[in-house]
Design a protein around this ligand. Structure first.
Ligand code: BGC
Length: 811
């Protein structure tokens, strides 16, 4: 039964937190811990899992998919207070609490709860520069009497490879190995043979018992909500050998009235050089673990690490700061958009509560787009990522579709053939250059398919990306779609009739007929950006060559890509239109309306305005813009996965939030600030907080989709956190609407705002200089002023020898 609450918490903007007031949110509402290397997912009941770099290949703690009860596991704490067993984060004990609060902040999550006179505060975070998670539990006796109770911790080890861990039981149930020394439980499965890494779970006080064997801890037939050891108030000191290794501490606590005690738990990950693996035969080298433990052994150390994390985020978020007077826009721009951009940069679509971390690794197109919103935060890491991505490109310009973060090698299971992929490399490199001006990246020797000796400057990779489209066009002069373009579910060369076949990899990928108008839009936009890069840093001839090619595709698109009232989506393998008034279902698709208008295709002919009017007429609903209409009601073998979804879900007519910003940006392209902001606002999480009982996912981040009008549960969101919407929404509001856009020549100020947002200021750190920009309306004044003097055009000239620049823009 769904609860009828409008909200389940509130934003605390000054703390940069979302405060959740009930453990019974419609779905687990999650957060991410870690910024580089060690990561943890954590829900509002402390569920989730941890991994090092790669959620598939280096999983540290276990997670159960399709689990019931939902969200069991993760960081488990129990307090046995005179027979009443409860958990500070509500789960796993699920004993009703006297009070509960969870705060998801920037890289940390805290829980505060009370039960029978005991207050527990649990703070979980991953320190900025160490591979570990800190879980500090502070327990206070708020009653008038002395309290004697027992605290238990528990977590379940994953045997490293999360896929193998979930399926290869005949081997795995015999290989689990641990060592226990005092309050530290070391997980060393497979360390004897080929692994040179282990994990540990430690607490900074002497323990009164421990368990490492799940069956001993839980007891026969029992579950995590009610372990036998916890109920008995006594650990069994079990040593697991094979079966199911866990780590659990037992600590007896006595507190006088008003007294409090802090327990610091640490989950650490250690890599040891191969020649130094052992302390003695069979005994692992604990020196690096002890060093890591010694850095978080006291409250002062933990406080300092927590403060360092806060400072890190303070600095990151100060790079783009808005004061607009609109509370919701300010909170999204200054906090949650940028935060989600960091998460998508780190995770791509690999690990969330809805992406298991065992499937795809880093997506090529996904990661390229994630960079668009991340670029300003840490340009050095963006640079490294661009090179990693370009290194999975093939010599002919096409690319692997995904790679594993641990190995950085292309994923051969899915292969390539997604014909939009190469152009996204141009998009993110162009954004990097516009942000940093660092043209040395273009010279960086970058391999093809990671083959040593095949290195060519990154610029050559861009050329091959662009050439890939030029060399792969169909009968109408439009780019061939391959297996799919941005819309992974529009599979025009697949023709799958058997259940279980992958829509993405089945069938001939190199169909010579099926074409994508969307890729045409991309080619026009990013082909021109590539030409600008050539003009700026390379060859004018190359720029001219590509501009000619762009003109050809533009013409083809204005001709065969225009349907009269909107842009066509594609041509299928028979040469029939997809997304046309001629079709019975799927008459209009969102993607080309956004992208072709953004690219300026048919601008002189007013196509953009017409296309966006059609979007309003057919696709806009209460919560955003639907991906297509009318939805497919039957399976179309010639269209693939898109028609496999029930109407209103996913790519078949949901609001697939990723592409909503394209429409909003397109509206700014035709100068319609009201429409741009209206589209931005509709699907923006903070604006949907009031209907959380319908939306159901976290109100602080975007979800991949919101069910469309044709769906059974219209307005219900799914698959929160890992979506390209994060980056695009931030680009939309910060660059297209508010108008502060990096260009190759400097920072441009060119707002396209609605009336309600016509007076604001932005501080923007750009190429090491702080820009203070005020945008306002004043009678008789217009355009850009720098240090009080009028400047022609929109670009603030790059200052020399200054650390701060003041500019005004009059609308
Ligand atoms: C994929 C994207 C794709 C989108 C639309 C997402 O699940 O990660 O690469 O563009 O779906 O199909």
């Amino acid at each position: 039964m769904r609860r009828k609450l409008m909200k389940y918490g509130y934003f605390d903007d000054s703390a940069r937190e979302y405060v959740i007031s009930t453990p019974e949110t419609p779905l687990p509402w999650i957060n991410y811990l870690g910024s580089n290397g060690f990561f943890g997912l954590i829900s509002n009941t402390a569920g989730g899992y941890c991994f090092y770099r790669d959620a598939k290949l280096r999983r540290i703690t276990r997670y159960r998919y399709n689990n019931v009860p939902v969200d069991e596991g993760g960081r488990m704490f129990y307090i046995n207070d005179a027979g009443t067993v409860w958990s500070p984060a509500f789960r796993p004990a699920r004993t009703p609490l006297d009070s509960y609060e969870c705060r998801h902040g920037m890289g940390y999550t805290t829980f505060e709860s009370t039960k029978n006179g005991i207050r527990a505060k649990l703070t979980c975070f991953v320190p900025k520069s160490d591979a570990c998670e800190i879980e500090r539990l502070v327990i206070k006796n708020e009653s008038n009497a002395k309290k004697e109770f027992t605290v238990f911790s528990a977590l379940e080890w994953c045997l490293w490879n999360a896929v193998d861990d979930a399926q290869n039981y005949q081997r795995n149930l015999s290989i689990g190995e641990l060592e226990v020394v005092g309050g530290t439980i070391y997980h060393k499965t497979e360390y004897r043979e080929r692994r040179n890494h282990y994990a540990f779970y430690n607490v900074n006080v002497p323990v009164d018992g421990f368990d490492t064997d799940r069956d001993c801890f839980l007891g026969a037939g029992r579950a995590w909500n009610d372990p036998a050891a916890v109920a008995a108030g006594k650990a069994t000191d079990s040593l697991a050998s094979g079966w199911y290794p866990i780590a659990s501490h037992m600590i007896k606590v006595t507190l006088a009235p008003g007294e409090e005690k802090s327990l610091i738990f640490q989950l650490g990950y250690i890599e040891v050089p191969r020649e130094e693996k052992w302390e003695s035969k069979g005994v692992i080298n604990k020196k690096p673990a002890k060093e890591l433990m010694s850095r978080y052994a006291t409250d002062a150390q933990v406080d300092a690490a927590f403060a360092e994390l806060a400072k890190y985020w303070e600095e990151l978020l100060s790079k783009y700061h808005l004061e607009s007077g609109n509370e919701k826009v300010d909170r999204m721009v200054n906090i949650w958009h940028q935060y989600q951009c960091m998460v998508t940069f780190n995770m791509s679509r690999s690990a969330s509560y809805w992406e298991t971390g065992t499937g795809r690794g880093m997506g090529f197109r996904d990661s390229c787009q994630d960079l668009l919103g991340f670029m300003h935060l840490i340009p050095e890491r963006a640079r490294e990522r661009i090179i990693d991505i370009a290194s999975i490109q093939f010599e002919n310009g096409s690319t692997y579709h995904q790679y594993q973060p641990l190995t950085k090698r292309g994923n051969a299971d899915i292969g390539g053939g997604f014909n939009d992929d190469p152009l996204w490399l141009v998009a993110c490199t162009s954004a990097y250059l516009r942000e940093t001006g660092d043209a040395t990246i273009l010279d960086h020797p970058t391999p093809f398919n990671n083959v040593e000796g095949s290195e060519k400057p990154l610029m050559e990779h861009l050329r091959r990306s662009v050439n890939f489209t030029i060399n792969n066009k169909g009968p109408h002069g439009l780019p061939l779609i391959g297996r799919a373009d941005w819309n992974d579910c529009l599979n025009l060369n697949c023709f799958s009739e058997e259940p279980g076949e992958s829509f993405q990899t089945f069938g001939p990928s190199e169909g010579p007929v099926a074409e994508s108008v969307f890729i045409a839009g991309m080619f026009v936009k990013y082909g021109l950006e590539y030409a600008d890069i050539c003009e700026h840093y390379g060859s004018k001839d190359e720029a001219a060559r590509v501009r000619e090619e762009v003109a050809k595709v533009k013409a083809a698109c204005e001709d065969a890509g225009w349907d009269g009232e909107w842009f066509v989506r594609a041509y299928d393998a028979y040469g029939h239109k997809v997304g046309s008034n001629e079709c019975e279902e799927g008459k209009i698709f969102i993607e080309p309306q956004g992208f072709c208008t953004m690219a300026g295709i048919g601008q002189e002919k007013g196509y953009g305005r017409k296309a966006l009017d059609s979007v309003k007429k057919y696709l806009v609903n209460d919560y955003g813009v639907e991906i297509l209409a009318p939805c497919y009601t039957t399976y179309h073998v010639e269209l693939g996965e898109i028609s496999s979804y029930p109407p209103g879900y996913k790519e078949n007519g949901a609001i697939f939030t990723h592409n909503n910003p394209w429409v909003s940006i397109a509206a700014t392209k035709i100068g319609d600030g009201e429409m741009a902001f209206d589209i931005y606002r509709r699907s923006c999480p903070a604006f949907l907080e009031d209907v959380s009982e319908i939306h159901r996912t976290e109100p602080y981040v975007y979800s991949q989709m919101i069910a469309g009008r044709a769906a059974v549960h219209y307005g219900e969101a799914k698959n929160s956190f890992l979506t390209g919407t994060a980056a695009w929404a931030f680009v939309d509001i910060s660059q297209a609407i508010l108008g502060i856009t990096p260009t190759l020549d400097g920072l441009s100020v060119n707002p396209c705002v609605p009336a309600e947002l016509s007076n604001y200021s932005v501080t923007r750190l750009y190429r090491g200089v702080k820009y203070n920009i005020k945008v306002k309306k004043e009678a008789g004044k217009s355009g850009l002023f720098v240090e009080g003097a009028a400047v022609s055009g929109n670009v603030i000239p790059l200052p020399t020898g200054k650390s701060e620049v003041n500019a005004e823009y009059y609308i």
